[in-house]
Design a protein around this ligand. Structure first.
Ligand code: ADQ
Length: 735
């Protein structure tokens, strides 16, 4: 995993470059991301050099690509990814905009999927990975944007562990119930988990992401960190801001003033309700038009003086649903205008194209009300831009509760965009609000929007990325390496291996009974059991009969129930401490049975010296809550008895305090005069074995988490590799 960033270079990766090619000429766009990134670049007072990788739009002929690529690199420092017509259809219109976009915006009806699109999505993400790997130097920061590139973080992680990878999702992350519908849900999540840091606009999206990760990959998390395999992905909330420096400059320009004066004359004696958005089904335009219709129906006295300006920028016209939406909007607009136009006023001005920046600013500045009413929206910058432009004019913002911006713009008139009557009523409330009240509402929001602009957003994300390290195992615990095996290689005398089973020799399965040794492990164990200089102990929480059944054929001592039972090769099971006090068991059994009955998917396992409540097959979040509740319950029920409560991996276990793995290890070490000892285990119960580190044992923790062990391995696969090395060591040699 990535080390501390060693360079001050950022590779910014987004589907689109901020430039398009028009008849061989480059037309640069000054979108929000461009301005946001200025704040972190050396040229804008920041610390970083920036390179940008993305698609310049359109389909360039193959023979032109080399030349275009050279020019984009030399003129702008951009690395273009060219797409063919077919790739645009499958990757961009298909997978990205007809498959991902609808689900990310809670629209299952418009969700489409074709396997061909998925293959293109994989392929194009891999092209981006190639380009990043070519451009990135050792230790660079990479910032990946949005849903078009969800597989990229993992692809980069696999190829370039030295990079520090951040991902920001500009759309919502929907509830698990929606996200789970996607046929490639698992792959998409795993793709994102390759990042060191994943950012969202709101805490709600972050919460949904955590829940989807837990349910689809089993990886648990706390508020800011997801732990998976040998790594951690940090997650955090970074609400994007608007491009204040760009707007501030525009608001001070002559062309803006001219425009504003012109509009003030054009709309003299009118009240303006402004609507600006991409023509997208997530923006709730039909619902908004219904509300406008209702307002006009019930307010005949306002039909002469209220104008609803509806600017809808054409978007994704190659996707069928967008064409249908446009037709429906046109129909609704002509119906409303036909019904409610007067001789002196046409109520809805529908403009189906983008407007110039000075026109947009002038409209923001003079409009009495802005209606931002998406059905769902990652953030919505129009709301923030409108507020920023209210320099001397106390406008009112009507804002959908379902826009990410609603989490910040606390003084807006909030509406539910599905409540048509409520929206119509909000229009009246906003238009009739007195001036003093309007200013009181607007001013604090304006300060917030300007202070937290897009540059601030980019700085915060990058600062957080610099701090994030996806390496869960980077602490004082050393990575296990061949050097640590020296005692085993050097000594020809007797040595002992104490091996935990679940999570160490074998990965977890939903049904614990199915976690039996697999062929590679069996092969390695066979080799190990042939070594006469090794005594091998499997020290597990499992019952003696399970261990006997699956490992009894080897020449090992099988220690069960965390040390309560042990079976030497070819002998009958014995008890390590037959005098242990187990009187607490019936009380615990009663409590466990209660929780098993009230938690579907959980069950109780009765051992001779312990009781275990398993919840691996229960709903993960519900299981976790119940486990915490159960532990509280147990602490009261069995206070002052010699029993220990442990919250393990999807289990709660109560076992005798008079028995533990460490005691078992100690006994066997005393019985024999071992020249070297190695203990390895993954969970809390194994920590009692790791105490033998002080006595010179080589101690290894498997997976993330705090430990007393000296070394760490990431999971069972690495354990197998290490055991394989041990099995092949020639006694008395050096490693
Ligand atoms: P969008 O869905 O495109 O972005 P939004 O945040 O509103 O939505 O940004 C639109 C931008 O386009 C604004 O900066 C606006 O000024 C501009 N714009 C809109 N209509 C225009 C018009 N008619 N003429 C000129 N310019 C116009 C996605 C997510 C959002 C998220 C952003 C940023 O869907 O939820 O806020 O990314 O993360």
């Amino acid at each position: 995993m990535s080390e501390q960033p060693t360079t001050n270079r950022i590779i910014n990766v987004s589907n689109r470059l901020p430039v398009r090619i028009d008849s061989g000429r480059f037309v640069k766009s000054s979108g929000g991301l461009v301005s946001a990134l200025e704040g972190i670049q050396k040229s804008g007072g920041g610390d970083f050099d920036l390179q940008w990788i993305g698609w310049p739009g359109g389909a360039a002929e193959e023979n032109e690509q080399g030349n275009l690529s050279e020019r984009l690199k030399s003129e702008f420092g951009y690395h273009p990814i060219f797409l063919s017509e077919e790739e645009i259809a499958d990757f961009y219109h298909g997978f990205s905009n007809s498959s991902l976009w609808p689900l990310l915006h809670y629209n299952q009806t418009y969700f489409n999927y074709q396997h061909r699109w998925w293959k293109a999505y994989e392929r194009i993400n891999a092209c981006f990975a190639d380009a990043v790997c070519d451009a990135a130097k050792q230790g660079d920061l990479v910032w990946v944007h949005d849903y078009h590139l969800m597989l990229l973080p993992k692809m980069l992680r696999e190829r370039r562990p030295d990079l520090r990878i951040g991902f920001f999702l500009h759309t919502p992350f929907p509830s698990y119930e929606i996200f789970r519908c996607h046929p490639k849900r698992q792959e998409l999540l795993e793709g994102l988990l390759g990042a060191d840091l994943v950012g969202f606009h709101t805490f709600g999206y972050l919460r949904h992401f955590r829940s989807a990760v837990l349910r689809l990959t089993g990886s648990e998390s706390d508020v800011y960190t997801i732990r998976h395999d040998d790594a951690e992905t940090h997650i955090d909330v970074f609400p994007i801001g608007m491009n204040w420096s760009g707007f501030e400059q525009e608001l001070g320009s002559e062309r803006f003033n001219e425009c504003k004066q012109r509009f003030l004359t054009d709309y003299a004696n009118k009240r303006i309700v402004l609507n600006v958005e991409r023509l997208d089904y997530s923006k709730g335009i039909p619902q908004k038009l219904e509300a406008i219709e209702k307002y006009l129906e019930f307010n005949p006295d306002r039909r002469d003086d209220v104008v609803f300006i509806l600017i809808a920028v054409p978007s994704r016209e190659d996707v069928g649903e967008y064409a249908t939406l446009k037709e429906n909007i046109e129909l609704a607009v002509s119906r409303i205008n036909g019904q409610y136009a007067t001789i002196s006023n046409i109520p809805v001005h529908f403009i189906n194209r983008g407007v110039k920046i000075e026109e947009l600013c002038a409209l923001y500045a003079i409009s009495d009300v802005a209606m931002v009413t998406p059905l769902v929206d990652g953030m919505n910058l129009v709301a923030k831009e409108y507020i920023a432009c209210q320099e001397d004019h106390g406008g009112v913002l009507i804002l959908s509760e379902f826009a990410g911006a609603a989490k910040e713009l606390f003084n807006a008139v909030m509406v539910n965009p599905y409540d048509i009557d409520g929206m119509a009523w909000a229009v009246g409330e906003a238009l009739d609000m007195d001036d003093q009240h309007k200013r009181e509402l607007m001013e604090p929001m304006r300060r917030l929007v300007i202070d937290n602009d897009s540059k601030w957003w980019a700085r915060r994300f990058i600062a957080s990325l610099v701090r994030s390290t996806g390496d869960a195992t980077r602490d004082e615990v050393k990575r296990m390496d061949d050097q640590a095996l020296k005692p085993f290689a050097a000594s020809p005398k007797k040595k002992a291996l104490f091996l935990d089973y679940d999570g160490t020799l074998r990965g977890f399965t939903l049904d614990p009974a199915k976690a039996t040794p697999q062929p590679r492990l069996i092969e390695i164990l066979e080799k190990l059991s042939e070594r006469e200089d090794l005594d091998i102990y499997v020290v597990s929480g499992r019952k003696a009969d399970f261990l006997q059944k699956h490992l009894g054929r080897f020449n090992f001592t099988l220690v069960g129930e965390h040390g309560y039972t042990f079976t030497k090769p070819g002998q009958e099971p014995e008890l390590l401490n037959g005098d242990a006090d187990l009187e607490w068991m019936p009380t615990v059994r009663e409590v466990f049975d209660l929780y098993a009955a009230s938690t579907p998917g959980s069950h109780v396992e009765q051992k001779r010296s312990a009781l275990v409540w398993h919840y691996r097959a229960a709903d993960p979040e519900f299981g976790q809550w119940k486990a915490i509740e159960l532990i509280g319950h147990l602490k009261e029920a069995i206070a002052n008895v010699p029993a220990a409560i442990a919250h393990g991996k999807k289990i709660v276990e109560v076992s005798s305090q008079q028995i533990n793995k460490g005691m078992a290890v100690e006994r066997f070490i005393h019985e024999h005069d071992y020249d070297a000892v190695l203990c390895i285990g993954d969970d809390q119960t194994d920590e009692t074995m790791h105490r033998h580190r002080k006595m010179g044992a080589v101690t290894i923790k498997v997976g993330p988490g705090t430990t007393d062990a000296e070394y760490r391995l990431t999971g069972p696969d690495q354990v197998h590799d290490m055991l394989d090395v041990i099995a092949q060591l020639k006694p008395g040699t050096t490693v």
